[in-house]
Each structure stands twice: as C-alpha cells, then as structure tokens.
Write a protein that binds this ligand. Structure first.
Ligand SMILES: Cc1ncc(COP(=O)(O)O)c(C=O)c1O
Length: 342
C-alpha cells in the first residue's frame, strides 16, 4: 500500500463535478481548436467572474506551457524577464524560457515575492544595448513558497512596470489558493487592473489539467492564437480543458476547492505551531514549509509521503507539505496526532 502523501495538489485526479460534465458532454459533436460550445461557455463564465465582458481568454494544458507561450509572445530576441530566485520559470521549467532565447534576470526577493526595489535593482544593472533589456516581470501568486501578494504590493509593482515599460505577468498555477488565503485582499476581478497577463490555474485546483490565460493588456492580444498554435498547444479537442473550466466556474466550485485546500493547510500549520515547530516561509495557502528535527522527519517519512525542501542545519530540515482540494480532514488530524507522538 502506498503511504498517504502530502506531495502535491495534483496528486488526485479531478473533482467529480468536472468528470460528470465531461461525461455528460462526451457524446456531443463539437467544432475543434477552441471554437466549440464548451469553450464559449467557459469564456462566458470566466468573463462574468472577472466582470469583463470582453476579456481575452485562452486555454492551455499546463503551467510551463502557459509561461512559455506568454513570455515568448511578449519578448523580442534581446529582451529578458525578471523573476525571483525561487520563480518557477527559473527553477523548475528545464530552461524553457532560455531555450527560446531569453535570459531570466534574478531579482532579490523575500519569501518568494518580488518587490519594486528588487526589480529596480535589476533595471539599474541593465542600462544599454550591451546587455539584455528587461521587458517583463514574472511573479507567481501564490508564490512557490506559499505566500501571497497583497493588493498594494501588486499596485506598486504594476505602477513600476507601467512607468518602466515592463509587462507584469502573473503565474496563477495556484491562483485559487492565493485568492482564498486569509492574507489576500485581492479579488479575481482586481487582476484585470493589477497585472497585464495572468493565468487561472486549473491543474492544481481540481481539474484533470488546464490553465486559462487572461490577457488584459490590449497590445499583447494580437496573434496570441498563432503563438499557441506554433508551440503545439492548440488542442483539436479544446473542449477538454474548456469543459473543466465550465465546471470550475459553476456554483463557485473553483473557490470552494481552493478554500478547502487552504483550510487543510492552515489546520496543519496551526497544529504544528502549537507543537513549537518553526516554518521556512510565511505561507498562508496550501503549501506549507515546517522545519522538522531530522529524527522527527525520518519517522514521519516512514508513515507519510512529502518532500524535503531545504537543509536548515545539521539537525533540521524544512519540508514541503501540500494539501489539495481532495485532502480529507481526517488525514490532517491523523498527521498531527502522529507528529505530536513522534
Ligand atoms: C507556480 C507554478 N508555475 C508553473 C508550474 C508548472 O506547471 P506544469 O507542471 O503544469 O507545467 C508549477 C508546477 O508545479 C507551479 O507551481
């Protein structure tokens, strides 16, 4: 028997309501490549949620694909993108951005978050045509460390980007978890004003797969479908992703699932804090990073699955615990009970 795992928020399949809709619509004939009725419906529902009747929305299968297509569509050959040291495009995407010819400039960050000062530091080092020209800023919300951006932080970043002719792009692989975080004062609809492009992550919030890219900045919209097609990402059966977003944006499912994942992580974090554990980051979403004494780590690893994240010192390790839309509360309670006995 496999150990129960807190590895990822994509360890389970899909929420039953998504599967039901796929099943219900399975026999219908549809036009291909995103011109189907489910894509139209998903776009209508997301536009309603955004409060933007003409929002430009495109569906792709995964986060790396979204990041690559968006950034490759924005950057000219000499242009670069600024990201945090922990930014997903920098650490976990096999050089996808570099492979299409763009440097990633690393800016100082705290808890996975970029600040205007960090961005300015990079800009100040790139002054002329002997260097790459930063043209985009990549942020993730939630970040790779489970933290979230406040509205003011996003406003400040956006203001800087506007004044320095930079495109602000938000990777929303865990956008649901970010928006449902108690530390967030950002609403989904705010993102139309706060960033130039973002995506709404489905894969890590109850879908089988799929991300919905939203392009706010009108100048970035033209020919985007060509970019999708050229990267091999335009699905003949576009209905597959669209149906999932229809289900996610019906009756609040998207937010209910994210809320559950966050609540399970918060319960774990609270329980761990009461056992006097410290944390590697100030996460308020569904990824938490407790620091365990190595003896405890090894005992817990013999009972549960989760990843080690960073060595803190000779006797302590930060681990990554991830909850999902499907994490049963009983598993959380068991984990805490086992931890307190260890
Ligand atoms: C913040 C973030 N962006 C992008 C991705 C990449 O997603 P995918 O594995 O679907 O390409 C991930 C995956 O873990 C992620 O955490």
């Amino acid at each position: 028997m496999l150990k129960y795992g807190f590895y990822n928020d994509y360890s389970e399949g899909a929420h039953p309501r998504i599967l039901e809709l796929l099943q219900q619509t399975n026999g219908n004939q549809e036009i291909g490549y995103g011109d189907d009725r489910l894509s139209a419906r998903a776009t209508e529902l997301i536009r309603q949620a955004l409060g933007q009747p003409d929002a430009d929305i495109h569906y792709v299968t995964g986060g790396t694909q979204a990041n690559l297509i968006v950034l490759a569509s924005i950057l000219r050959s000499h242009e670069s993108v600024i990201a945090a040291q922990t930014g997903h495009i920098h650490v976990h995407e096999a050089g996808a951005i570099e492979a299409v010819g763009h440097r990633i400039n690393i800016a100082p960050s705290v808890d996975g978050k970029l600040s205007p000062e960090g961005v300015i530091e990079v800009l100040d080092q790139h002054t002329d045509e002997h260097m790459v020209k930063p043209r985009a800023v990549f942020i993730s919300n939630a970040t790779e460390l489970g933290t979230v951006y406040t509205k003011l932080e996003l406003e400040n970043l956006h203001e800087l980007c506007r004044s320095r002719n930079l495109v602000l792009y938000m990777d929303g692989a865990r956008l649901g978890a970010a928006l449902c975080s108690p530390a967030s004062d950002v609403k989904l609809s705010d993102l139309c004003e706060l960033v130039d492009v973002f995506y709404i992550g489905g894969t890590k919030n109850g879908a089988l797969l799929g991300e919905a890219i939203v392009i706010n900045h009108h100048d970035l919209r033209s020919d985007f479908r060509y970019h999708i097609k050229q990267r091999g990402a335009m699905l003949a059966k576009g209905r597959l992703i669209a149906a999932q977003f229809v289900a996610l944006f019906t009756d609040n499912l998207f937010f209910d699932l994210a809320q559950h994942a966050d609540a399970m992580a918060a319960k774990l974090q609270h329980g761990m804090a009461s056992l006097d554990l410290r944390f590697f980051s100030n996460s308020t979403t569904n990824l938490i990073f407790p620091i365990l004494p190595n003896q405890v780590l090894h005992k817990m690893l013999s009972m549960y699955g989760f990843y080690e994240y960073a060595r803190i010192d000779a006797s302590h390790t930060a681990v990554r615990i991830v909850t999902s839309w499907a994490t049963p509360e009983a598993r959380v309670d068991e984990f805490l009970a086992d931890l307190s006995r260890t």
